[in-house]
Ligand binder design. Structure first.
Ligand SMILES: C[S@@+](CC[C@H](N)C(=O)[O-])C[C@H]1O[C@@H](n2cnc3c(N)ncnc32)[C@H](O)[C@@H]1O
Length: 256
């Protein structure tokens, strides 16, 4: 079984963000984020890089109306891929280096992970990543229709206790919003090492009319595709003897 995220340091945190024009009153009230914002103090070099680069990379939600992802990147319109909860950012940096023609939006609330990604961006000279450093649900709610071409949610916190299930990122509501934001045949990639969350993910995917799970054979979920590098969380899960599962689903084409 997967460990609870950030053991001993979880606390509800009121989120910032500014998509008041997009979320309903009820959703605004539910803007409580369960997770760690900070770990150890950042090393001076990471702190300096974050202070210097984050203002240029940061995604700020408009006060009203949807975000325009294309406007985050200079030049001709490009496909946009989104990673939610990128952790240390190694998967995101890998994808961005492999696909310079894609615009990437990474979303993460943990300061140390954000600083780690920024260090990779600086080291590799990546110019196609933008960072939303607040609750993913705010970002998802402010995406315009048909604006996102691929979504990664890799090893989201499993919240194994029943009373915490409402904190899970994979919910019908979030899938509805992602389905609206995703283009036809856009891919949704999920991973988990928690059996309970796996069952939950498969149930939510199979019940959702807009998503189709792409697996045909056991190796399709047992083996990580070659264009999907191992994340830090997966490494830890394997070291602890847990077996990860990799899910690829497609956003069904809209009819008409
Ligand atoms: C278990 S970790 C996995 C990290 C990374 N995907 C990996 O595989 O190494 C889950 C991550 O999701 C982030 N997270 C949890 N809830 C979030 C939310 N509502 N918005 C943005 N990030 C969130 C956490 O801070 C954490 O870094």
């Amino acid at each position: 079984m997967a460990a609870s995220p950030g053991k001993g340091s979880i606390s509800p945190i009121r989120c910032g963000g500014c998509s008041e024009g997009v979320l309903s009153g009820e959703q605004q009230q539910r803007r409580v984020l369960f997770g760690r914002r900070r770990g150890r103090p950042l090393r001076p070099e990471r702190r300096r890089l974050k202070a210097e680069l984050l203002p240029r990379l940061a995604v700020t939600l408009p006060a009203c109306g949807p975000l325009v992802p294309q406007a985050l990147f200079a030049g001709a319109p490009r496909p946009i891929w989104l990673e939610i909860g990128f952790g240390g950012g190694e998967h995101l940096a890998f994808q961005a280096a492999q696909h310079p023609e894609i615009g990437f939006i990474g979303c993460e609330v943990f300061e140390n992970g954000i600083a780690r990604l920024i260090a990779q961006i600086a080291r590799q000279g990546l110019d196609n990543i933008r960072i939303f450093s607040d609750d993913a649900r705010l970002l998802i709610a402010s995406l315009p229709p048909c604006s996102i071409d691929r979504v990664f949610i890799l090893f989201p916190d499993p919240w194994p206790k029943r009373r915490h299930w409402k904190r899970r990122l994979i919910t019908r509501e979030n899938l509805d919003r992602l389905a609206a934001a995703m283009t036809d045949r856009a891919e949704l990639r999920l991973a988990t090492d928690d059996r309970g969350y796996l069952v939950w993910m498969l149930q939510h995917l199979s019940e959702h009319p807009d998503f189709e799970w792409l697996a045909r054979r056991p190796c399709d979920w047992r083996e990580r595709p070659p264009d999907w590098p191992m994340t830090r969380y997966e490494e830890k899960a394997r070291a602890a003897g847990r077996t990860p599962v990799f899910l690829r689903a497609e956003r069904r084409p809209r009819s008409g």
